[in-house]
Design a protein around this ligand. Structure first.
Ligand SMILES: Nc1ncnc2c1ncn2[C@@H]1O[C@H](COP(=O)(O)OP(=O)(O)O)[C@@H](O)[C@H]1O
Ligand code: SF4
Ligand SMILES: [Mg+2]
Length: 339
């Protein structure tokens, strides 16, 4: 087996929003790795920090946010680059050509006063002036066709002339245009109808096989996760509480929150559809936490959980499997000590 090489490492990353009520810890010491060619799903309830984390990779955090600790290491050929240390002018050449992101609110990603065609041309020319207009538009048309859009219509349109779903698909095409090594998709299919979602997914799978890029995608849909992910990272209240290969996640997630998400999938095989959702709501991330943030909702909560925050540790006997929990589903704590 060939050794896996990392494409991106998120290392102990913490990000705060400065709000009137105080600092909101949107991401708290999150760590995980995306290998070359690997597809990683970032999951968790709304508000748990997924968009904030993904946005920090491409230096697009809102003004109110600041990274308070950690590193984001990107691997370009043999070189390790800490993206957080790069000056904006040094990061710019990497965007679109090495790393591209389709934002959750992708509707506002286009310049409203420029035709889509111009925006495709500008994106390529910002990196490579030698490419001809014809060559770029031909590739743009191919990609737009792949995402099931009419290239002539879309390229000659202004952003406001496209529907939300069309804009999102156009952005997926733009994200693929320079064949980046890492593509980040924040809820890429939520604005799309089911049939289009299905097609886009199939397309992403095919393109990934063909071009071998790495993928970080955020979704609420565990069906998409099972189709597209190699690895799943579960976030809760800003923390990456579990990171596991996709089969391991669905078969035997160790963190009670991950398990709750898996159990919330409708059991279509059962006579009557039974959905077990996780009672309660995530905590206020402005308040100072003392113990595990999931404790108030957790049926496996022990006294230690309320006193001390569990660290992410390798799951004993597991491979590329990490969990932050004092009393995981298998009974032992994350260090393998059975209670
Ligand atoms: N611009 C902002 N200013 C203040 N708080 C924000 C801002 N954007 C997001 N947040 C807060 O940060 C937390 C994480 O949000 P987000 O990263 O969007 O989560 P997710 O993508 O998982 O839904 C939430 O509590 C959210 O309210
Ligand atoms: S640390 Fe304790 S409260 Fe937190 S998820 Fe694990 S068992 Fe539940
Ligand atoms: Mg989000």
């Amino acid at each position: 087996m060939t050794e896996k090489k990392p494409q991106l490492k998120v290392d102990q990353l913490s990000i705060c929003y400065h709000t009137k009520r105080g600092d909101l810890k949107a991401v708290s010491q999150a760590s995980f790795t995306i290998d070359q060619g690997q597809s990683v799903a970032l999951i968790g309830e709304s508000g748990c920090g997924k968009t904030t984390l993904a946005t920090s990779i491409v230096d697009a955090l809102p003004m109110a946010a600041s990274v308070t600790s950690g590193r984001i290491l990107y691997y370009q050929d043999q070189k390790e680059i800490d993206l957080l240390k790069l000056k904006r002018k040094d990061l710019r050449p990497l965007l679109w050509s090495e790393i591209s992101m389709v934002f959750q609110a992708s509707q506002s990603s286009f310049n409203p006063v420029r035709k889509i065609k111009t925006q495709f041309l500008d994106t390529v020319w910002a990196h490579d002036r030698s490419r001809s207009k014809e060559e770029i538009l031909q590739r743009a048309s191919e990609l737009l066709r792949v995402v099931m859009l009419d290239p002539d219509k879309v390229l000659n349109a202004y952003p406001h002339e496209l529907s939300g779903g069309m804009k999102q698909r156009t952005l997926i095409a733009l994200a693929l245009l320079l064949e980046p090594k890492l593509i980040i998709l924040d809820e890429p299919t939520t604005a799309l109808d089911l049939l289009t979602q299905e097609k886009i997914l199939r397309l992403l799978k095919e393109l990934k096989k063909e071009h071998g890029f790495s993928l970080l995608f955020i979704t609420h849909d565990l069906g998409i996760v099972s189709e597209l992910a190699d690895k799943v990272v579960t976030m809760y209240a800003g923390k990456a509480v579990e990171s596991a290969p996709v089969e391991t996640f669905f078969r035997s997630a160790e963190h009670p929150y991950s398990r709750g998400l898996v159990d919330a999938i409708p059991r279509l095989t059962m006579d009557d559809r039974e959905i077990v959702s996780i009672p309660g709501t995530p905590p206020d991330m402005i308040e100072q936490e003392i113990g595990c943030p999931f404790a108030p909702r957790c049926s496996r909560c022990l006294p230690v959980c309320k006193e001390s925050i569990p660290e992410s540790k390798p799951v004993p006997g597991g491979e590329n499997w990490y969990c932050a929990c004092w009393n995981p589903m298998s009974g032992g704590d994350a260090c393998g000590n059975h209670r």
